[in-house]
Write a protein that binds this ligand. Sequence first.
Ligand SMILES: [Zn+2]
Ligand SMILES: [Zn+2]
Length: 168
Amino acid sequence: MKTGLNQNQQNEIRAAAIGFYSIMRSAPVPEVRLDLRGRAAGQWRIRDGIELLRFNPEAFLLDWDAHFPATVAHEVAHSLVYRRHGPRRVRPHGPEWKEIMAALGFPPVVTHRTPLTGRRSRVYIYKCKCRAHRLGPRRHYLVTRRGYRYSCADCGSRLHFDDHAEWK
Ligand SMILES: [Zn+2]
Ligand SMILES: [Zn+2]
């Protein structure tokens, strides 16, 4: 899938995860996906006994140094807590997790400061004669690459992409 991260960055994230499991002598390394959206920079989860590490490409794009490799360590530490302590209830960022973060050489940082939009995809601002319109990537693609034209349902004038408008 398209993450916005280059192949080298994607490889580095996966390699960091592999490295952390190796340091802690724990195997196997779960699948690493760069498909997380929303406000969280990373996620560890287990379903039907299968672990998965997910990372938010937007976080790494906006603030690589803040997340690489600390966010990878953060999520791997959740996995290692589970492997050590099993499904019994331990606080997610409790002493067991902090101990593993320390062993991996990271401060036990729970929250990040990257202003993630949490949006699934970008919104493009178009303007007609009466107002602004928000178009998704597909319609924007059709306009810019395929010559499609959209008109405003209210005033009937053609929509023009406004590349100076801020997307929010
Ligand atoms: Zn966490
Ligand atoms: Zn209009």
